[in-house]
Design a protein around this ligand. Structure first.
Ligand SMILES: [Zn+2]
Length: 356
């Protein structure tokens, strides 16, 4: 899932995302809650209509961003009081509020509000944090079940149906559909706590499960160990989502371990800093060695950038701080990530077993 923090994948328009084959993108609840505000998005019919994107959207719960605001937050049983990074104004997000906001945004998949345990943390702290996340998961589910019919697209369709006098459609329509709420497994770097968190989250019952609290500064080998051991405890017939990873090599590895969904800012953020992923390894396009390099960025890449432009031109755009540099670099990196995942899917379809 490419990351579209503010209902926009920075530098790339929706038609290009479609052409790249993006099936689902992630938008950040924290950022959209602050700007333009959930009221505006709801008024505009939800995120899909607002950003003119028919394909799937997932919103995170806002928890991860709120917990990143170290100096600006206060955590309690009911949630987190925090100050906006934009204007310092005071806000609150908790399980019920995160659900209310995500229902208002109207993404297809919404996430339970969890506490992302910091790393490193001692055993007592990890246990307490995991228990808090479990209590919040149950509260999220309760609120969601009571309010899941309040999605903006269902409301828009119901209003239209009422005004047109049309009867209820024989086949299920948008108004009959609800979002999917995923639970999140925490438990720090302790495989035993991860198992317990997985089992107790499954007891609450969600249509999909995420592995949270990784890629928070721990060594990569440890990330892989925890992913592998956690996957064993999550149902393989439901989506399993690993949050916030990784490099192209890592996403291929995690997919082969049995992860179905991942999101990462790396392809888009790195692109804006001139760091490009290619079949020949990473390319830092700002380097002077590319100043007169006529070759394609990645000769093996079929993206519109590699088909058309030379490394020399991309280097010139970057060195000149041209807006087009960010656009083209992002298009290539997204294509590279999506092509990596297409290869993984073909590999699985060809009958190669996934570990779990
Ligand atoms: Zn390319």
């Amino acid at each position: 899932m490419p990351v579209g923090t503010l209902a926009s994948v920075k530098g790339v328009s929706q038609d290009v995302l479609e052409e790249l084959g993006v099936q689902i993108l992630l938008a950040n609840t924290y950022h959209l809650y602050l700007r333009p505000g959930v009221g505006t998005v709801r008024q505009m019919g939800g995120l899909h209509r607002f950003m003119a994107w028919d394909r799937a959207i997932l919103t995170d719960s806002g928890g991860f961003q709120v917990f990143s605001l170290n100096d600006l937050r206060k955590v309690g049983e009911d949630g987190v009081t925090f100050r906006s990074h934009l204007d310092g104004s005071s806000h609150f997000l908790g399980p019920e509020k995160a659900m209310e906001v995500q229902i208002g945004l109207g993404a297809d998949i919404v996430m339970a509000f969890d506490e992302c345990t910091e790393y490193p943390a001692d055993a007592a702290r990890v246990r307490a944090s995991m228990e808090l996340t479990l209590r919040w998961a149950a509260r999220c589910k309760n609120y969601f079940e009571e309010h899941k019919r309040e999605v903006p697209w269902a409301r828009a369709e119901l209003a239209e149906r009422r005004s047109s006098g049309r009867p209820r459609a024989a086949v299920p329509t948008l108004a009959d559909q609800t979002q999917a709420l995923f639970g999140i497994v925490q438990g720090g770097m302790d495989p035993e706590l991860r198992r317990e968190s997985a089992e107790r989250t499954i007891d609450i019952s969600f249509p999909g499960y995420a592995i949270g609290g990784l890629s928070v500064g721990e060594p990569r080998e440890l990330t892989r160990e925890i992913v592998e051991s956690t996957l064993e405890h999550l149902p393989s017939n439901q989506p399993r989502y690993l949050m916030g990873v990784g490099t192209p090599e890592e996403i291929a590895q995690y997919a082969q371990l049995g992860v179905d969904m991942m999101d990462c800012v790396l392809p888009t953020r790195a692109a804006r800093h001139g760091l490009l992923f290619t079949s020949e390894g990473k390319v830092s396009i700002k380097q002077v060695r590319y100043a007169q390099d006529e070759s394609a960025l990645d000769p093996a890449c079929e993206c519109r950038v590699c088909q058309r432009y030379s490394r020399a031109y991309l280097r010139h755009l970057y060195a000149s701080n041209e807006l087009l540099a960010q656009v083209l670099n992002t298009v290539h990196n997204l294509h590279y990530y999506l092509a990596t995942m297409r290869t993984v899917r073909a590999w699985i379809r060809a009958g190669h077993a996934v570990a779990n």
